[in-house]
Design a protein. Structure first.
Length: 147
């Protein structure tokens, strides 16, 4: 089974650009993979507001899934302390392995789903790492598009 999914970041974009990318992608659900979903980085991205906007503008369900987020310690070491991406990546991959996310989730849960995080691009963002990790564990069943 091939699962079509996407990822998106909300910083360095405005609300119209963000919601239009979601709407035109054909996804049915946004899974917020931020640890803290009340960010002030973009006013439209706070949990309650985001759930409302996604439903009303795009007809899309919103789910917060902190199981797919780094811990506060991992985040702080990278963001606040300006840590090395390679160290962050290694720690986060280890965290996903420790959590055994591939056993707690199923590929079909991600069909027509978009993982949301704050980073504008997937290159140095944990949403990409989640997709790559799960794709390795699930035999390449995820077809991922970065919006």
């Amino acid at each position: 089974m091939t699962v079509n999914m996407a990822t998106i970041g909300f910083t360095k974009t405005n609300a119209s650009g963000f919601f239009e990318r979601i709407r035109s992608s054909g996804i049915k659900k946004v899974v917020d993979v931020r640890l803290h979903n009340t960010s002030q980085l973009a006013g439209f991205a706070k949990a309650d507001d985001l759930a409302y906007f996604l439903k009303e503008i795009c007809g899309v369900q919103y789910v917060h899934q902190p199981l797919l987020a780094p811990t506060d310690d991992i985040l702080k070491a990278y963001k606040k302390d300006k840590g090395d991406w390679g160290v962050y990546e290694g720690k986060f991959l280890g965290l996903m392995a420790d959590r055994k996310i591939e056993n707690r989730l199923k590929p079909e849960m991600f069909d027509e789903t978009c993982l949301l995080c704050s980073e504008p691009t997937p290159h140095q963002c944990h949403r990409r790492l989640v997709c790559e990790y799960l794709n390795t564990k699930w035999g390449g069943s995820l077809n991922v598009k970065h919006l």
